[in-house]
Design a protein around this ligand. Structure first.
Ligand SMILES: [Zn+2]
Length: 222
C-alpha cells in the first residue's frame, strides 16, 4: 500500500510537472494589479484628435490613470496627442500598426509589425515605456509570445461594453456598472471614429464608481 501511494504521488507530481510547459506560455492579463474592488480602464484605437484630449482632461480632473492601446497609423498622424497621453502619466499599449487581424500571422510578421508600431510611438515620445500589447479584435494567434519576447505583457479584458456601436451614454454607463467584476480590466474606445459617448460615459462613471467604493488601478503585469 505504501509503495502504491508513492507511485500515485509520483504520478501526480509528474502530471503536475507537465504544467510548467503551459505556465511558460505568456499569460494574457485581464485583471488589475491589486484586485479587490478595483477596476482598470483601457482605451483602444486612438490617438484620436477629436476625443482623446477631452478624455485626458476628464481623467486628469479625477486623477485617474488609464491604459491607451495605440493604433500605429494614428500615432503617425497625431504624435502630439500621444505626447499629451504620456504627459498625463498614462500607460501605453501597442495595438499594432494598421489594426490587422494577426490571428494567422507568422511570428516574423507579427514581430515586424509590433516593432514598427513601437518605433512610431517612440518617434513621438523618445524612450517611452510601452508596457502592454493588445491584439486587434482580440485575435491573439501567436502574438502573445512575440509581445512577451519584445517585453510587452499581452493585455486582454474582462468587460467590453460595445462602444464601437455607440448605444447612448446612459446605456454605456449601465453596461459598465452592471458588468463590472472585482479587478476587471475594462475595454473601451477613444478611436478610431467619433467616441464622444464613451468620453461622456467615463465622466459619469468615475465619480459614480468611486462613490460605490471602487478604486482605479493599473492592469497586472505578467
Ligand atoms: Zn482595436
Amino acid at each position: 500500500m505504501r509503495w502504491r501511494t508513492v507511485l500515485l504521488t509520483t504520478g501526480l507530481v509528474l502530471g503536475l510537472s507537465a504544467a510548467p510547459a503551459n505556465a511558460a506560455e505568456p499569460v494574457i492579463v485581464d485583471s488589475t494589479k491589486h484586485g479587490g474592488r478595483t477596476v482598470s480602464f483601457t482605451f483602444d484605437d486612438g490617438p484620436n484628435p477629436a476625443d482623446t484630449p477631452r478624455l485626458l482632461a476628464i481623467l486628469r480632473q479625477h486623477h485617474v490613470k488609464a491604459v491607451f492601446c495605440l493604433w500605429g497609423d494614428f500615432v503617425v498622424e497625431n504624435p502630439d496627442v500621444v505626447r499629451q497621453i504620456v504627459r498625463g502619466g498614462h500607460i501605453l499599449c501597442n495595438h499594432s500598426m494598421h489594426h490587422d487581424n494577426m490571428g494567422e500571422w507568422t511570428p516574423e510578421q507579427i514581430e515586424a509589425d509590433l516593432k514598427q508600431t513601437s518605433e512610431a510611438i517612440r518617434d513621438a515620445v523618445p524612450g517611452v515605456p510601452i508596457r502592454y500589447f493588445r491584439a486587434p479584435y482580440g485575435s491573439w494567434g501567436q502574438t502573445p509570445q512575440v509581445a512577451a519576447k519584445l517585453g510587452m505583457t499581452p493585455l486582454g479584458w474582462k468587460l467590453a461594453i460595445g462602444d464601437w456601436e455607440p448605444p447612448g451614454v446612459d446605456e454605456l454607463v449601465r453596461r459598465v456598472k452592471e458588468g463590472l467584476t472585482e479587478g476587471a480590466v475594462v475595454l473601451m474606445h477613444d478611436g478610431p471614429n467619433e467616441r464622444g459617448q464613451t468620453v461622456d460615459a467615463v465622466a459619469r462613471l468615475i465619480p459614480e464608481l468611486r462613490a460605490d467604493g471602487w478604486r482605479f488601478d493599473r492592469p497586472a503585469r505578467r
